[in-house]
Design a binder for this molecule. Structure first.
Ligand code: NAG
Length: 219
């Protein structure tokens, strides 16, 4: 494709609103170079010489071990593939996530600004849901083998209602860098903080409530 027709193609794609989650790769693969010489900024990671690519660049065991769910108040641990532990996924627009939930654990309401997500429950039961932009909740209880999709950027949660056994889910995300914003943490533990009076008005609570919530969330 010549430069001109590429430009026209891009312009047309923009006009028609064909916005892709991640740009398509222009070659078979672009194994991430995690130690590039010098510092420069690219959209994604630069690639190693394709002749140096090996099968191990396309393989990882990072999802084989359960995450420790005791490390946070919510009782979840998410392990992600990324361009460091799986350099072959650079530019492919994919992430795989292992979601471990403790007994009664929750991945609290959050959003991925750059990715849709499809999740499959592998162990236990998981109550999942997302809220659309008209504030409607779509929620389901998943059992092992059941899958659910969360549309891009919409706020969603995963909850293990079982008080006695942990739960496990696996998620695919449509970006190599989906991004994550937890609603509670973004609101109450940002650095620097959102001023108390703003949170008090936004959530219709008192200044004392704001302090208590900040403290509970470790902010
Ligand atoms: C998730 O689990 C891993 C592996 O046990 C651990 O190193 C990490 O600190 C845990 N993360 C959190 C937020 O608890």
């Amino acid at each position: 494709m010549g430069n001109n027709s590429l430009f026209l193609h891009l312009l047309l794609a923009l006009l028609l609103g064909h916005v892709k989650p991640d740009p398509d790769p222009l070659q078979d693969y672009c194994v991430a170079d995690n130690k590039p010489k010098g510092s420069f900024f690219t959209n994604g990671k630069p690639c190693i010489d394709p002749n140096l690519a090996s099968p191990s660049h396309f393989c990882t065991s990072v999802l084989s071990k359960p995450g420790n769910t005791k490390g946070n108040v919510f009782g979840f641990n998410v392990t992600l593939t990324n361009t460091v532990n799986l350099p072959g996924l650079n530019t492919l627009g994919l992430t795989l996530a292992r979601v471990d939930l403790s007994e009664n654990g929750i991945v609290p309401p959050h959003s991925h600004p750059r990715a849709s997500e499809v999740t499959i429950c592998l162990k236990g039961s998981i109550l999942v849901g997302f809220v659309d932009t008209s504030n409607r909740l779509f929620s389901q209880k998943l059992l092992p083998g059941d899958s659910f999709v969360f549309p891009k950027a919409l706020i969603h949660f995963l909850y293990n209602p079982d008080l006695n056994s942990p739960a496990l889910a696996l998620s695919g995300l449509s970006s190599q860098n989906p991004g994550l914003q937890l609603v509670a943490l973004a609101s109450f533990t940002s650095k620097p903080s959102i001023p108390d009076q703003i949170l008090a008005k936004a959530f219709q609570i008192t200044g004392q409530d704001v302090s208590r919530i900040r403290k509970n969330l470790g902010g």
